[in-house]
Structures are given as C-alpha cells and as structure tokens.
Design a protein around this ligand. Structure first.
Ligand code: UFG
Length: 338
C-alpha cells in the first residue's frame, strides 16, 4: 500500500514516515518546508535505509496534488500539513483559516477526483476546550478558544459532513495530546523556528545552555504542585498510532475518532525534574504569570484507541526526556559548527 503524507518533513509527520517505512509501506510526501527542512527527509532515509518520492509544494496547489495522484498509486492520505502555533493564529487568523482550511478542502477534492477515499486527519486535544472532568473521552463536548483550534474543529466537521454525504469515505480523526521526545537515533525531532511556544522545546534550549531559564506559566493552578498538567506522549508512540489507524482503515468503514495520549498527566515542574534527573543537567526556572487561555489539567482516556486500534503508548516520561535531550544536543553541536 502507498500513502500520501502531507507535511511529512514536520515533527510528527517525519516520525510517522519512519514507522510506515519500517512496517513495509510505501510513501509519497508533500511539504513546503514552511516550518521544516529537507535534511529531515535525508535523515528519514538514513534511519530506515529506504527511499520515497518527495514533492516540494503547497497542499493548496490542486494542480500539484493532481499530478501526485496521477503519478503515484495512492491508497490513503495522512494529512499533517498545517500551521499550529496558537499565539500566531490569534495574531494572523486569516492566514490560519486560509492555509489550514483551504489546503484540506483542496486535498479532499483531489482525492475524490482520483477515487481515493481513505483519510487520516491530525487533530488535537485542543478541540476539547476547557474539559469539565478528566480523563477526557472522545464524546466530550467540543469548543475552541483560538483560530488554530477553530481550524481543527472546522476540519473535523467537514470530515463528518463528508462521511454523511457518502459512505465511500473512510476517515480516522486522531486527537493528539502533547507529543514530545524524538527518534532514538537523535536524527529527527522537534526544532521550532524562533523562540519555542511549547514547553519541551523551551526546556531543551535551557538544558543545552542556549537560554538561561524556563519560564513556568503559573504555579497557582489546582494541580499536584500548582503548575499545569498535560498528557505528554512520546512522538514515536504517536507515530505508531498512525500505523495502527491505517491498518484499522484497511477493512473498516466509517468515521472514527481516537484520543492518542498515555492517560497520565505530568506537571511542568515534574517534567523539568525528569529532564534534569534523567540527563543529569541543570534546568533553572522561574515562575511567571499564567499564560492567557491555558487550562490547569488535560489528559486523555486512551482506552478507545487501545481497544479498537490495538495500540498503546509504551514509552514513559523518562524515555521522552532522554530522547528529546539526545536530539537537542545534536542540534546544538550543529549550530556551533555552523
Ligand atoms: N508552559 C510553561 N512555559 C512555557 C511553555 C509552556 O510553563 O514556556 C506550560 C503551559 O502553561 C502548560 C504546559 O507548559 O501548562 C504545556 O504547554 P504547551 O504550550 O507545551 O502545550 P499546550 O498544552 O498549551 O498546547 C499543546 C499544543 C497545542 C495543542 C495542545 C493539545 O501547543 O497546539 O497541546 O493538548 F492543541
């Protein structure tokens, strides 16, 4: 089987391609390198010893998409491509709506024109807004507090309407919790442009000595130590969740939604302590004000994915911290050499 992976040079896309190639599938990749680079693709080939076709371009470009579908024999699509920074989406809503919505519509239209109807979508736990109880199940109420989250919700709705319109469509929506960590080779991982918004890339810049200290956003939440609690999941486990979802799609009709999380919550301070302990590094921090829009706690009930996909996150917080640091150190040595 051959899969088209959009946004395949990105953080989650690249790890997923490794798992797909390792599982014996073929892939074709499209990415515009807006938040990624070509070296990641070379590193995927180094890790797996396998090759794949690559198209540089925008998923909004229907002509290019059509060329890809005509040339490659695509059986299913995994759609990662999209902008993902919450703060930036508040500042540039039009850019977010145009890019995330138009690209998805273009892709779905071209799929239909080419009779390809199997689709896996990267959604996010952000669609649960402020959950009333925990752990979060897939049937909890949905809401969004920023344009980025709105695009995820809108695309989920488009997919539900599409499935209602025709039972040709077989769709899996994966709602990710907080992916961190890196491939154990240290060759691929998360390296955001500019100052990281997310906690783990920021902690890594402190652990490797690039920044002085982590700014902990609030220590007065109703949590174990007052800092925010999240369900951190190793990106390789998340990637394996996609392989499981595609295998499920092979002989399953319908639209299904799965939480991909571990079911365990860790606070910001627990995460910092783990990074520090596992890697024997200092991670200084100070406590700042709460970040607007943040919630106290968020963690999944992953039992539906465990049961239906036969998938379970296997790596623990120590693996996540060790692998993230290995990758961050390699990135740092590259910056020094440059
Ligand atoms: N935090 C800090 N300091 C920082 C960054 C974050 O203390 O410099 C704290 C936050 O307050 C929060 C926790 O670390 O308590 C996690 O924050 P992240 O920004 O890493 O992650 P979020 O849970 O806020 O959001 C992430 C993605 C979203 C996605 C969501 C899904 O950024 O795109 O997970 O749950 F929707």
């Amino acid at each position: 089987m051959k899969f088209l992976v959009t946004g395949g040079a990105g953080y989650i896309g690249s790890h997923t391609i490794v798992e797909l190639l390792n599982a014996g599938y073929e892939v074709a990749v499209i990415d515009d390198f807006s938040n990624s680079n070509a070296e990641t693709l070379e590193n995927i080939k180094k890790i797996t010893g396998k090759d794949f076709s690559f198209y540089e371009g925008d998923v909004c470009d229907k002509q290019l998409l059509n060329e890809i579908f005509k040339k490659e024999k695509i059986d299913a699509v995994i759609h990662f491509a999209g902008y993902k920074a919450v703060g930036e989406s508040v500042e540039k809503p039009l850019m977010y709506y145009r890019n995330n919505i138009v690209s998805t519509l273009s892709l779905l239209e071209v799929m239909e024109e080419n009779n390809v109807y199997k689709f896996v979508f990267s959604s996010s736990a952000t669609v649960y807004g402020k959950p009333h109880t925990l752990p979060i199940k897939e049937d909890f109420p949905l809401s969004a507090t920023n344009p980025y989250g709105q695009t995820k919700l809108m695309i989920e709705q488009i997919l539900k309407d599409l499935r209602t319109s025709s039972d040709k469509w077989d769709i899996v929506i994966l709602r990710y919790f907080n992916p961190i960590g890196a491939h154990e080779s240290g060759l691929i991982g998360e390296e955001p442009n500019g100052i990281p918004n997310n906690i783990m890339p920021y902690i890594m810049r402190v652990a490797t000595g690039e920044y002085d200290k982590v700014h902990v956003f609030g220590d007065d939440y109703d949590t174990i130590d007052g800092t925010g609690v999240r369900d951190y999941i190793h990106v390789v486990d998340l990637a394996k969740g996609h392989v499981a979802a595609l295998e499920y799609l092979k002989d399953k009709n319908g639209l299904d939604i799965f939480n991909l999380g571990t079911g365990n919550g860790y606070s910001v301070l627990q995460l910092i302590d783990n990074v520090s302990e596992v890697n024997e590094v200092d991670v200084p921090y100070i406590v700042d004000d709460r970040r607007p829009g943040d919630i106290a706690s968020c963690y999944a009930d992953p039992s539906f994915a465990n049961e239906k996909l036969g998938w379970k996150a296997e790596k623990d917080i120590k693996d996540m911290c060790k692998d993230a640091y290995r990758f961050a150190n390699k990135q740092k040595s590259k910056k020094i050499i440059k």
